[in-house]
Write a protein that binds this ligand. Structure first.
Ligand code: NI
Ligand code: MN
Length: 230
């Protein structure tokens, strides 16, 4: 399995048979070096509805005839734009042709700006677990630290977790280290940092905190279009 990062929370997970695009905030993402039209994918998975995650979903889904997998309320929003969707919700799993997806809790918001500028609320935010090719991937979404991460780590042998470290809107580095303790992933890719001034941080500080701890976890700090195979 191969994960390619595009900055912020956007990434492409390639299984043996399919390409899964997560939170494709590309054209307005100052850290991203690819254009929406350069992306090929079979599915788009959305952790929540915020614009820095929904991003270029509409244009990429239409260009690729891709199915959007996300929570029910956000899938209804996608459906209103003419997109193919597979609605799910927290705690539910489903077997797709590439593997199994399960939505986990995330403590955050999930809305999209409406025509009057007021937020359209789009259900609960989620983390997304993918099991395929005998590997387990967790995209934690935007979230604060929560103790149920222990349960997610106990029930899933996570090979790679994408965890937000940028603080302000999500976990900062110290809480993300605690999340690694709870989730016990073999590898972690930090995300959701340095995109905007309020979430500026040095991911090397997070990596150093993991190195200085008793935790056994490889930290992969990726630039846009950089990949890790696992
Ligand atoms: Ni968000
Ligand atoms: Mn966000």
């Amino acid at each position: 399995m191969k994960l390619t990062y595009f900055g912020h929370s956007a990434c492409l997970l390639e299984t043996a048979s399919h390409k899964l695009l997560f939170d494709p905030f590309l054209s307005d993402n100052p850290l991203c070096d690819v254009k929406p039209e350069d992306i090929q994918c079979d599915y788009i998975l959305l952790t929540h509805g915020h614009a820095d995650h929904f991003g270029d979903t509409e244009v990429i889904a239409k260009a690729n005839d891709a199915t959007v997998i996300c929570n029910y309320e956000l899938s209804s929003f996608c459906g209103s734009k003419g997109l193919k969707t597979h609605p799910m919700h927290i705690g539910g799993g489903h077997d797709f042709d590439f593997g199994r997806v399960k939505l986990t809790i995330a403590h955050h918001g999930s809305s999209y700006p409406g025509p009057d500028g007021l937020p359209i609320y789009l259900g609960e935010p989620a983390g997304i677990l993918v099991k395929a090719d005998n590997r387990t991937f967790l995209h934690a979404g935007d979230t604060g630290l929560f103790l149920d991460m222990q349960l997610i780590g106990e029930m899933n042998d996570i090979d790679l977790a994408m965890l937000p470290i940028g603080d302000n809107f999500t976990m900062g580095a110290d809480d993300a280290v605690k999340a690694v303790e709870y989730l016990k992933p073999k590898r972690v890719v930090p995300c959701h940092y340095n995109t905007f001034p309020p979430i500026e941080c040095d991911p090397k500080d997070f990596a150093a905190k993991i190195d200085d701890s008793p935790l056994v976890c490889e930290v992969h700090v990726l630039g846009s279009s950089e990949s890790v195979e696992f």
